[in-house]
Unconditional design. Sequence first.
Length: 166
Amino acid sequence: MTARSVSALMLLLLAACATQAADDLSIYPELKAALAEFRVEQKRFLEHNGVPQAFDFPGAGRVSVRDVRLEGYPGNSYVRCRFVYQNTTGKPVVRSWVSLDVLDSSGNMVASKVSVLIVPVPMPIADGSYFSDELSTRTMDAHLLPGWSWRITCRSQLAEPETEGN
């Protein structure tokens, strides 16, 4: 078989696959409807969750949300959040835990992911220092019911003060 023949066969195979994918969506109108509903919810989410947003956690620091979106597709949706942590405690921080929680319409947590913020060398996060990260948390279909929400939480472990003589 020549290279030209192999190329022609590959093109025919790709065309057949593309046609099949388009036909599959027309066979399953409920999938098209679910995707259209999901896109409406994504738009609503963006309209009601403007950024940036800043959250202060006394004794732990400040978390500023730079971007938050509802992403994925029906059956596998998640909230993605890009954030910046700032140590505003006035003291060195050994590590901080920032979580992104998804809440159902009753305020119950249905899913959560945590980012552990730690400097990769044995030193604390200095007062005023920043740390950027991203979290993604599944919605577990909570987004299908009105009143669902998301939240950011933060807690920090402060460095122990050094005592003289150690």
